[in-house]
Ligand binder design. Structure first.
Ligand SMILES: *Cc1c(COP(=O)(O)O)cnc(C)c1O
Length: 407
């Protein structure tokens, strides 16, 4: 078997990318902590600037450690190439500014990562780029929002924090029909669970701060392009905006990626068991987890994902106060935003990550006051269950219907 063509995801994450150290054979990629790279001669320098010599010039334009990570993640997503960025938001702003022109229009998922929508509505508008944010889990809502100047569909699936799914294959078809690019934020799934390029995406992006790194110690992002032309457009924008990745950051993510499949497998198993337990709990009003057959898009999950992932959102009976009490009372789960780390994190989107949305829009997107978001980690299931049990025991009882449902 060719070493670089393994079939299993758990093998790929360990071996993807170039050989780590062609110089000494180090098993781990060296950190090239250098801002600039010397030329042997003036001719070589000129050749590098002309793109005729493939060596490195300056770390904002490219760095060997960052390059190793870009090749690794491009392989995992099945893309033409990738660009490491200083954060997930740097990847998002680069994609939007790099692929859109004045007068263009974007249709996006209403429950996207808050600052994505904030950037479009507060800043892109200043450059004459308009956007519509709609419930893309209903494909008709996308068709209804399309205008003659729509040039991009920006999809996040599963969406944050409602855990609703959007049909990627249908989006790929619509994008093709109207000559728009399909951009997918794949942060919640990671390439181990979902590969949007297979369904017609043109650009896939990640906040690698989350699952790809997985250790809650790095902020980083990446853009993966379907083809050379899109890659070149994104690269030109990134090099000018300057949101480039740092080599030490790249090295930490390279280390994190090697355990991605193991982490996702364990966290997903915990999430499945916790969702099943939560849905039976008398203090819980509803649970959204695409691994449950009651999730309205359980079948879509099976079609486009290799597994439901480890993000759960649930409603606590009693609304805002009950949700706040729950997050205050947990002892093991860490009260923090972000996700995708080894430790379980808990947060309250309506008062934290999604406050940039006006209340009406937030509620319309399903981000209700009772919603608690859980990024399930890799602890022992029983410890996580016991922690939530003791926290929910402190939430005052509310009279009403006793059975929770899916959502
Ligand atoms: C965190 C996150 C981002 C932003 O990434 P940063 O690394 O914090 O800049 C974008 N999209 C999703 C889905 C996220 O969860």
């Amino acid at each position: 078997m060719d070493k670089k063509q393994p079939k299993r995801e758990e093998t790929k994450v360990i071996h993807a990318g170039p050989d780590p150290d062609p110089l000494y054979g180090g098993v781990s990629t060296p950190i090239y902590q250098s801002s600039t790279f010397s030329f042997r001669s003036g001719d070589q320098g000129a050749a590098r600037f002309a793109g005729e010599d493939s060596g490195f010039i300056y770390t904002r334009l490219g760095n060997p450690t960052t390059r190793a990570l870009e090749q690794c993640v491009a392989e995992l997503e099945g893309g033409y190439d990738a660009l490491g960025t200083s954060s997930g938001m740097a990847a998002i702003s680069t994609a939007l500014l790099g692929c859109l022109d004045r007068g263009d229009h974007v249709v996006g998922t209403d429950a996207v990562y808050g600052p994505t929508r904030g950037f479009a509505e507060k800043h892109l508008t200043r450059f004459g780029i308009e956007s519509s944010w709609v419930p893309t889990e209903r494909i008709e809502s996308i068709r209804e929002a399309i205008r003659p100047n729509t040039r991009m569909l920006f999809i996040e699936t599963p969406a944050n924090p409602t855990i609703k799914l959007t049909d990627l294959e249908a989006c790929g078809r619509i994008a093709k029909e109207c000559g728009a690019l399909l951009v997918v934020d794949n942060t919640f799934s990671s390439p181990v669970l979902q590969k949007p390029l297979r369904f017609g995406a043109d650009v896939v992006l990640h906040s690698m701060t989350k699952y790809l790194n997985g250790h809650s110690d790095v902020v980083a992002g990446i853009l993966i392009a379907r083809d050379q032309e899109i890659h070149a457009r994104l690269q030109a924008m990134l090099q000018n905006l300057g949101g480039t990745m740092d080599p030490h950051q790249a090295w930490l993510v390279l280390r994190g990626v090697r355990s991605l499949a193991l982490r996702v497998e364990k966290a997903q198993e915990n999430a499945g068991r916790l969702a099943a337990w939560l849905v039976e709990h008398p203090k819980i009003a509803w649970v959204s987890y695409p691994g449950m057959p009651s999730h309205p898009q359980h079948e879509l999950m099976k079609k486009q994902m290799a597994g439901p992932g480890a993000m759960i959102s649930f409603g606590v009976r009693g609304g805002y106060e009950a949700a706040k009490r729950t997050i205050d009372e947990v002892r093991l789960a860490v009260l923090a935003v972000s996700l995708g780390g080894l430790e379980t994190l808990i947060e309250h989107p309506a008062s934290m990550t999604h406050t940039c949305l006006p209340r009406a829009e937030r509620e319309e997107a399903g981000i209700t006051d009772d919603l608690v978001r859980l990024s399930v980690g890799c602890e022992g299931f029983e410890d996580l269950r016991d922690d939530l049990e003791q926290a929910l025991a402190k939430v005052p009882e509310v009279s009403g219907s006793p059975t929770a449902g899916g959502r």
